[in-house]
Write a protein that binds this ligand. Structure first.
Ligand code: ZN
Length: 149
């Protein structure tokens, strides 16, 4: 195993053991649930979206180490980002885990690049992508208009 692979594995182990932003968000204005029947991963993504910016993001769920670490790293990566930036990041991540991202573009993904090795395990691609699909579902849901009536 190369040094880089070891580093990547450490990132995934760390985020699986101590997932970041792992909580229910009571003031979320967006929420979506995702399920990966192939592995049994469940994830709920909570967002506080304001003026097109992800002010806060959190998740809860149960699943394998890959889905959990991916959700954790995703929340860190998209917090504070604009909706379009998060969507662009998802596209790059999708290309990374399917082997479609040119290797010179991998470093720009930062810690998300830890999932580069997933490409060799097709079943795991769905685990790693689940939180992102769920995030996009939450982002795409129309704004709920609060009513005072
Ligand atoms: Zn899984």
């Amino acid at each position: 195993m190369s040094e880089l692979d070891e580093l990547y594995q450490e990132v995934i182990l760390d985020h699986n053991k101590s997932p970041r932003n792992y909580r229910i968000m009571n003031d979320a204005n967006r929420k979506a649930e995702g399920y990966n029947p192939l592995c049994g991963d469940h994830v709920t993504v909570y967002l506080h979206l304001k003026d097109g910016i992800i002010q806060d993001v959190s998740f809860q769920g149960s699943g394998c180490a890959i889905s959990r670490a991916s959700a954790s790293l995703m929340t860190v990566a998209v917090k504070g980002k604009r909706k379009v930036e998060a969507e662009d990041l998802f596209e790059q991540f999708r290309r990374l885990v399917t082997g479609a991202l040119p290797s010179d573009q991998v470093p720009s993904l930062g810690k998300l690049a830890a999932f580069a090795g997933v490409v060799e395990y097709p079943v795991r691609v769905k685990c790693a992508s689940l939180p992102w699909h769920t995030l996009r579902a939450a982002l795409d849901r129309p704004e709920t208009v609060a009513s005072t009536e």
